[in-house]
Design a protein. Structure first.
Length: 367
């Protein structure tokens, strides 16, 4: 099952590849009638598992209350019978979606290697889908297509894996850039296409070579981006969109004792709440994985780390650095839940007291 974290990472990759210069791009995965989709209100450069929705879908149900593009994604999933859908809304896709020749465009001219990925007949389909509806006007079979163009709107890429979908999005954008430049230098009649045999040969490599199916560009993009330092050490459990407190942090791999899992900054506030950690008197840290975000205070997944009186993690406040450090207390196995003792950092009375599930002991209550 594709995780929220995988889709968040895919969005970060596409942002690193400059595919998301509008904030309306997104990626979704439909498996076992569960749709997972990234939020179009979140910054793709700092996308977090918390910036995703996951919900069960039913036939003919309006799901736009989750995210404005949920209906569009679900429609393309069903028409294409593909697991993963990328919605690209950027300058290149806007240019392509405005072209007059869309009615008869079912492939890209094979002017370069990028274009050959979409150069076979039927690779591209133009689909009339009204902006405010969740059913396409023409219920076309998209099972053989790689890309859909929504006239005067945007474009979508489909695949059965996240890696292939990201690769197609990258090379689709490259292809549109090439078409724009070719047209600006005299038009398409002055340029040669690759032969049909060459198109088939290149697509055989795209489709069958494991190196390309796993999208090698992802490794390069990951090296360029700044991920939170916990990203390779911590996974996020499934949780209900209506109750993010269900979230549990899990070890993504085996962790040795005294391993620094994360150094988390954020915003220092004078009063505590259920998500803050005390740094000093009247100084409480509201943790964020993007502490300098211009648009909003993006919460850290560590805001939801569980409490335990038998913890496997310690939390070390750093008042001068306005951050906290999470370290392992012992060896932690991959997949094990992470927890620390809330009473080790907080004042005797909590902003929101609770009863410890493991022991039945009150936590942060007035005795």
């Amino acid at each position: 099952m594709t995780s929220r974290k995988q889709l968040a990472f895919a969005m970060r990759c596409m942002a690193q590849a400059d595919l998301t210069n509008h904030l309306w791009s997104s990626i979704s995965c439909l498996e076992n009638n569960l749709l997972t989709i990234t939020s179009t209100s979140a910054d793709p450069r700092s996308m977090s598992p918390l910036d995703t929705y996951k919900f069960k879908v039913r036939e003919d149900e309006d799901v736009s209350h989750h995210d404005p593009w949920s209906n569009l994604h679900l429609m393309i999933h069903r028409l294409s019978k593909k697991n993963v859908v990328v919605h690209l809304s950027n300058h290149n896709t806007s240019w392509l979606a405005s072209r007059r020749e869309l009615d008869y465009m079912d492939r890209f001219p094979a002017y370069d290697t990028n274009c050959t990925m979409f150069a076979e007949n039927g690779d591209i389909v133009s689909l009339n889908a009204p902006y405010d509806e969740f059913q396409a006007v023409d219920q076309k079979d998209l099972s053989g297509a790689k890309a859909v163009i929504l006239p005067n709107r945007s474009c979508l890429l489909m695949a059965n894996t996240v890696e292939t979908a990201v690769m197609r999005a990258i090379y689709f954008d490259f292809s549109v850039s090439a078409l724009m430049r070719i047209q600006s230098t005299g038009g398409m009649s002055h340029h040669n296409e690759a032969s049909e045999d060459e198109i088939k040969r290149r697509n055989s490599v795209w489709n069958n070579d494991d190196v390309f199916r796993n999208c090698p560009e992802i490794d390069l993009l990951e090296r360029r981006m700044k991920l939170p330092d916990w990203w390779g050490k911590v996974d996020v459990s499934e949780f209900n969109d209506d109750n993010v407190d269900e979230l549990t942090l899990l070890a993504a791999r085996d962790l040795a004792p005294n391993t620094t899992i994360a150094r988390v900054g954020g915003c220092v506030v004078p009063e505590s709440n259920k998500y803050t950690i005390r740094l000093a008197n009247n100084r409480h840290l509201l943790m964020s994985d993007v502490p300098n975000s211009v648009n909003r205070q993006v919460p850290s997944v560590f805001s939801y780390i569980n409490h335990s009186f038998r913890p496997n993690v310690r939390c070390i406040p750093d008042p001068n650095g306005e951050c906290v450090v999470f370290e392992t207390l012992r060896r932690i196995e991959s997949g094990e839940s992470l927890s620390f003792d809330y009473t080790s950092t907080e004042e005797p009375l909590f902003a929101e007291p609770f009863v410890d599930i493991e022991t039945g002991r009150p936590v942060g209550m007035d005795k």
